[in-house]
Write a protein that binds this ligand. Structure first.
Ligand code: GDP
Ligand code: MG
Length: 622
């Protein structure tokens, strides 16, 4: 909302402008007034909308045309005053004042105008009959009011309307010609309805209405008031109330009614609470809270409450309870977004069910990925879902955990992170994509079917792996094999995978080159993957065999891998990678010693069985 409001009074001489201002200030009619009142500022706490308000008088006798023009362009709202007993002053409203105001203001940012008929004490009849056609003709006229500076009638109302015209303009909300809300307003209110409809049944029940009321107006409706509201809707619209709750139709009707009755501040309060600005766009401050600082070597993750919220969003849209989002369910979920955030590539980034629909697990994984790679975007998305409102938090930023500096993790030899990044290197055709897709449970046939076109391709795969009973996310990123374009982000990760095609004699050399150039002198844990192990292994054209190379550089031996399986490929390798990523301080000597896997599991005695299983798996492979 605005910081202050500047009200300008204009009109013919002697209509009572100065008297109106003086009457407001002194609460009595001044017998003698100057030509022009001094500019006054009403402090915020005594105005109804709690905004400092400046009231500016105009006098033809004391001011030039230039001064008038400048005041018009500075004003936030202009009161054109006429005297109800003075026909000429009424005619001048349209012949002089409105055109003058239009000449001095931007076409785009029109100033609201209020028509003020003063001296109502002097006449029996009302001037409204003459004024209403004028109102209909000029959309910039917000409202009109008759008042009397002499018997103080409607004086505070007049200034309240003026303030309201600035703070809660009807222009963006309502089209007076068509007597209905404007499309942008309907769109915003529809989104608000959907966010507030917590169980997504298309009806706001009493609980949801109370929650809505509490978030918007800090007070629940008493049950009688709730019934009254529903009765008004029932009487006026068919299907406005259903199963004793408010439908979208009823909700929109209610707001139309507020606006038509001049209570549009109610609608504005709702809109602003849900993050909308004066143009009915979601406010940048709402979508992109600035409080989040992510220092280098730190990553961003969603915290427990954010996962709970996302889980509830999933549940409310998984109508058939199959733990996956069908295309319709997904579309419905993102209906509160201005655009569809997930493209077809997402289906190849996370787990899907047999029909190719994103599962619950896949849905949370994708959110985890967005949070990790682009936290601003994640905040924006949470904003569309109304996270801060529904979870009653100050901003979306509380959903994010910024992890501690990785250097500290390394020092302390433990980590609180739950997302680990593994960058996958390998020459083209070495089997990287198959390696990524296998993590999502897809064998070669399935992943080939899924990625027929470029827009379906994904260079990320994310899912969970259990390390000693703890669920962790492993994010695999396929690095484009062009040596010259490797960037810092290609190199920054928690573990590196070097993939070669065991059946292609030229494939290993690339891995050896990447390792020697980028990782040999670092502490980065690296793992060699011998892909396509279902095919006949050939001798690699390199000075050392892959096994010798790994030994020389204190890496674990190459891990045979194939995704050319009948069922889902084996997932052990991903657990192994996650474990290594979590314990980067562990040296290769440690990895080889059979006691290491027992040691890392110490403290997690509950999961000792699992740890033991892992130990066995590793032993077997040696
Ligand atoms: P301005 O030139 O528009 O600022 O008008 P003034 O405030 O100087 O008022 C012009 C004359 O109208 C003065 O004699 C006021 O006393 C008188 N006047 C102002 N408001 C009212 C009103 O509400 N009723 C009556 N009867 N006289 C008014
Ligand atoms: Mg005056």
């Amino acid at each position: 909302m605005r910081k202050d409001v500047r009200i300008l009074l204009v009109g013919e001489p002697k209509v009572g402008k100065t008297s109106l201002i003086m009457s407001l200030v002194s609460e009595e009619f001044p017998q003698v007034v100057p030509y022009r009142a001094e500019e006054i500022t009403i402090p915020a706490d005594v105005t109804p909308e709690r905004v400092p308000t400046h009231i500016v008088d105009y006098s033809e006798a004391e001011q030039t045309d230039e001064q008038l023009s400048s005041e018009i362009s500075k004003a936030n709202v202009i009161c054109i005053v006429y005297a109800v007993n003075n026909k000429k002053s009424i005619e001048k409203v349209t012949s002089h004042w409105i055109p003058l105001i239009n000449d001095n203001t931007d076409k785009d940012s029109r100033v609201p105008v209020i028509l003020v008929g003063n001296k109502s004490d002097l006449v029996e009849h009302s001037s409204m009959e003459t004024i209403l056609p004028v109102m209909n003709q000029y959309t910039e006229i917000e409202t009109c009011v008759e008042c009397s500076a002499k018997n103080l009638k409607n004086i505070s109302e007049l200034f309240y309307y003026a303030q309201k015209a600035v703070l809660h303009p009807t222009g963006p909300l309502y089209c007076p010609e068509e007597k209905q809300m404007k499309p942008a307003c309907i769109k915003a209110l529809t989104r608000i309805f959907k966010v507030s409809d917590l169980d997504n049944d298309g009806i706001l029940n009493d609980n949801e209405l109370n929650f809505f009321q509490r978030t918007c107006f800090n007070a629940p409706l008493v049950s009688q008031a709730l019934e009254d509201v529903k009765n008004v809707v029932r009487k006026n619209v068919i299907d406005g109330v259903c199963d004793n709750g408010l439908t979208l139709k009823g909700f929109l009707f209610l707001h139309t009614l507020f606006i038509q009755r001049g209570r549009h501040e109610t609608t504005w309060t709702v809109l602003r609470r849900f993050g909308y600005d004066d143009d009915l766009e979601l406010h940048q401050d709402y979508l992109f809270p600035l409080t989040l600082k992510v220092p280098p070597d730190c990553t961003t993750e969603l915290n427990h409450n954010a996962y709970l919220f996302l889980q509830s969003v999933f549940d409310k849209h998984d109508k058939d309870r199959d733990c996956a989002l069908s295309p319709e369910e997904l579309k419905d979920l993102f209906d509160v977004f201005p655009y569809m955030p997930w493209g077809p590539d997402v289906n190849n980034t996370v787990c899907t069910n047999d029909e190719g629909w994103i599962t619950y697990q896949g849905y949370l994984s994708q959110w985890t990925l967005t949070t990790y790679l682009d936290v601003q975007r994640c905040l924006e998305y949470l904003g569309y879902l109304g996270y801060s409102i529904i979870s009653e938090q100050e901003s979306q930023a509380v959903a994010i955990t910024v992890t501690r500096d990785k250097k500290i993790d390394l020092q302390k030899k433990q980590t609180q992170r739950s997302v680990f990044r593994c960058n996958v290197f390998g020459d083209s055709g070495s089997g990287k994509s198959g390696f990524l897709q296998a993590f999502l449970g897809r064998n070669l046939t399935v992943s080939r079917q899924n990625t027929v076109s470029e827009e379906h391709m994904s260079y990320y795969a994310i899912s969970t792996a259990y390390v000693y009973g703890q669920e962790k996310y492993l994010l695999l990123h396929e690095v484009f094999p062009d040596f010259d374009v490797l960037s810092d982000t290609d190199l920054a990760c928690d573990i590196v995978c070097l993939v070669y095609d065991a059946s292609n004699p030229h494939s290993f050399e690339y891995c050896a080159r990447v390792f020697k150039q980028y990782f040999m002198d670092t502490k980065m844990p690296c793992m060699m993957i011998a892909a396509k192990s279902d095919l006949q292994e050939t001798k690699q054209l390199y000075a050392l065999t892959p096994l010798e190379f790994c030994r020389k550089h204190k890496m674990p031996p190459p891990q045979a891998f194939t995704c050319n399986t009948a069922d889902a490929p084996c997932k052990d390798i991903y657990t192994k990678l996650t474990t290594m990523a979590m314990h980067p301080h562990v040296t290769q000597a440690d990895l080889k010693s059979s006691t290491f896997w027992l040691r890392v599991s110490a403290g997690a005695t509950v999961f000792a069985v699992l740890g033991f299983a892992m130990y066995r798996v590793l032993l077997k492979q040696r």
